[in-house]
Design a binder for this molecule. Structure first.
Ligand code: COA
Ligand code: AMP
Length: 638
């Protein structure tokens, strides 16, 4: 099929408001918008101002009202427990209404914040929708974060309620959530009155009288009572959720998502970019704790009347590298979305694709990869093994949906390996040099998006308009700064090469090395530290910490290194994947005292590096190289 991309992108460019107004027609609104885009509203304009709607209504009720109540909305598949369940849109409506009734009973109303600290179970999805139904703002915290991170999100959001489970399941162990919740509740300054706790048979938690409420008992009562909670009309510009993401400091940024623009963008993207039609099955292998989970496990598929898969497991080891293909075959998945790291793990365990060959997948149409750079080798391997298009696409928590992609729904463009392809309608992507001048084609620079941002992108950070301006809008006036570096080739294809801030991408997870440095520095024996991301063949990057000890510390350095590793696990969580801390005598710095993290990273990766002209003492780089070689990292080139 000839791609319609050029016409569709041109149609958006010539009339952006008309484009999104037409896209909004596919959804139900309680009240139409007064303005499609109000440029002087909010920090950088707001979409669909004056409109009233409800995201849960559009995800669930309207499909039931259209006679699709018996169609499958959610498939739950957990190789961790062996559970497999299907929920129709009618089932989802019943569950969501019951949870909504429980929330209302606990005093939660429109605009109140609810923290979800949940594993990948259907109740987590239903709880998100229940919040949306009553106009409450959910904030999901990934289960791999520690108590401290949970506490900071409870505080920043000012949460009224926490919904959690007794445990998450990781291969070979149950992760007890309750002790983490209890610690977080004691650390938090904001004290939610109640916690709803979903008891899982794998590890039952002891509930705290007065504060903790058994999720299933409370929901069952409402279910049996036939709870019939209607959808609360909310403004299109009212917040649907807050999702915290790593920033350039230890303080996470609360990305705000509104109701109206978000619905429109996701609804449009699922058909135009991902090529999905109502009734088909879409599977995004992620976690509801990340943006991919919010957008493409929960909201986009359900908005579009598409069946979504909720998966509790790993690409390998649960039980083997065939799990993805078992699920694709069994549930007739049409499009799969995963992180490249998952495919590196599968390729490592099944290099010849024997598991893939063992399953019949006639429905399978395409694989989408995002969350980190899709290395061409893995991408080509997946193309060869699967025999379907493998589509890299690039976006961020802040945008909520793809900025640059190859749109399957509009007809694929030629693939260039290593590039996520071209800007989607809504996004004008440009490359600027550090002084803010346009960079010529093929020249590396700052990847920026010309304002205004399209529907679905963050209107601001939670309670932090100034931080939002400072982080994203100030350095390049008139643009949103993505903090990615890359170039656009002569053909208009974007190539993402690196981050321009302290963020690293580890196993598809976005982590701040600055946040890790803050924790390392809290160790009583550490005088100074630097954390850099080192290349890893499976996870893309893993953090590596360099520690300079205070004078007069005479303890064993190994003990201190282990304590720092433990500290990061306790304060940030296992997701930080911080396993290496190295005590060194000194850190390399410029004459003005800036730590040369980039050079240290290159030395660790064993790639060529140049002696920085501004270095204070070149001998320190040799010390770093020697310390790294002792741990089996890199070798010094040049
Ligand atoms: N709750 C609690 N702990 C969790 C967790 C969760 N939800 N998710 C991960 N962890 C823990 C892991 O158990 C591991 O702990 P360990 O240090 O005790 O082994 C640690 O966090 C690091 O996890 P991870 O980086 O995921 O490594 P892994 O070895 O468990 O798995 C992969 C490796 C590649 C299989 C896995 O990272 C993966 O599937 N990645 C895809 C990620 C993804 O889908 N991201 C979504 C973005 S689109
Ligand atoms: P997150 O907000 O967790 O989705 O992480 C967003 C960041 O991940 C981006 O800013 C990029 O640095 C990186 N990223 C996401 N997708 C891609 C991709 N397809 N190619 C390269 N980097 C990517």
């Amino acid at each position: 099929m000839q791609s319609e991309y050029d016409q569709v992108y041109a149609a958006w460019k010539s009339d952006p408001e008309g484009f999104w107004e037409r896209a909004a027609e596919g959804l139900d609104w309680f009240k139409p918008s007064e303005q499609v885009f109000a440029a002087d509203d909010g920090v950088h304009g707001r979409w669909f101002t004056g409109a009233e709607t409800n995201t849960c209504y559009n995800c669930v009720d309207r499909h039931v009202l259209a006679g699709r109540g018996a169609d499958t909305a959610v498939i739950f598949d957990s190789p961790m427990t062996g559970a497999k369940r299907r929920f129709s849109f009618g089932d989802v409506l019943r569950e969501v209404k019951a949870i909504a009734a429980v929330l209302i009973g606990l005093g939660v109303g429109k605009g109140d914040r609810v923290i979800l600290y949940m594993p990948m179970v259907p109740e987590a999805v239903f709880s998100m929708l229940a919040c949306a139904r009553i106009g409450a703002v959910h904030s999901v915290v990934f289960g791999g974060f520690a108590a401290n991170e949970l506490a900071s999100r409870i505080d920043d959001s000012g949460a009224q309620l926490v919904i959690t489970a007794s445990c998450g399941l990781e291969p070979g162990r149950a992760v007890a959530y309750k002790p983490l919740l209890d610690l977080a509740m004691s650390l938090a300054k904001v004290k939610p009155e109640h916690c709803l706790v979903l008891q899982r048979p794998e590890l039952v938690a002891e509930l705290l009288t007065g504060r903790d409420i058994d999720f299933e008992t409370a929901v069952m009562e409402e279910r049996e009572r036939g709870a019939d909670i209607a959808c609360t009309p909310v403004g299109a510009t009212d917040p649907l959720y807050i999702l915290y993401t790593s920033g350039t400091t230890g303080q996470p940024k609360g990305v705000v998502r509104d109701n109206g623009g978000h619905m429109v963008a996701l609804y449009w993207s699922l058909s135009a970019i991902f090529g999905m039609k109502p009734g088909e099955v879409f599977w995004a292998v992620s976690d509801i704790g990340w943006v991919v989970g919010h957008s493409y496990i929960v909201y986009a598929p359900l908005l579009a009347g598409v069946t979504t898969v909720v998966f509790e497991g790993k690409p390998v080891g649960t039980p083997d590298a065939g799990t993805f293909w078992r699920i694709c075959a069994e549930h007739q998945v049409k499009v799969l979305f995963a992180a490249p790291t998952a495919f590196r793990a599968i390729r490592r365990d099944d290099p010849e694709g024997d598991f893939i060959k063992a399953y019949r997948m006639p429905h399978f149409r395409a694989l989408f990869l995002a969350g980190e750079r899709a290395d061409p080798e893995t991408l080509k391997w997946a193309e060869r093994m699967l025999g379907v298009p493998v589509i890299d696409h690039w976006w961020q928590t802040e945008t909520g949906w793809p900025i640059v992609a190859n749109p399957l729904g509009l007809g694929l463009l030629p693939v260039k390996h290593g590039s996520p392809s071209v800007p989607m309608p809504g996004y004008a992507v440009e490359i600027l040099d550090d002084a803010g001048h346009p960079a010529p084609a093929g020249t590396l620079g700052n990847v920026v998006l010309r304002l205004p941002l399209p529907p679905g992108c963050l209107p601001t950070l939670w309670n932090a308009d100034e931080r939002f301006r400072a982080v994203y809008l100030t350095e390049f006036p008139g643009y949103y700064k993505t903090a990615d570096a890359g170039y656009i080739d002569e053909g208009g294809y974007l190539f993402i090469m690196a981050r321009t801030d302290d963020i690293i991408n580890c196993a598809g997870h976005r982590l701040s090395t600055g946040a890790m440095e803050e924790v390392c520095a809290r160790h009583p024996d550490v005088a100074e530290c630097a954390v850099v991301g080192v290349s890893d063949s499976l996870k893309g990057q893993v953090p590596c910490g360099f520690l300079v000890l205070k004078k007069n510390v005479s303890r064993e350095t190994v003990a201190i290194e282990n304590e720092v590793v433990r500290l990061i696990r306790d304060e940030i969580g296992p997701v930080a994947c911080f396993k290496t801390a190295i005590v060194v005598k000194r850190l390399p710095k410029t004459r003005s005292g800036k730590i040369l993290r980039g050079t240290m990273q290159k030395i660790a990766d064993g790639v060529p590096w140049k002696m920085p002209a501004t270095i204070d003492d070149p001998a320190i780089l040799d010390e770093i190289g020697a310390a790294l070689r002792e741990r089996g990292y890199g070798s010094v080139a040049l």
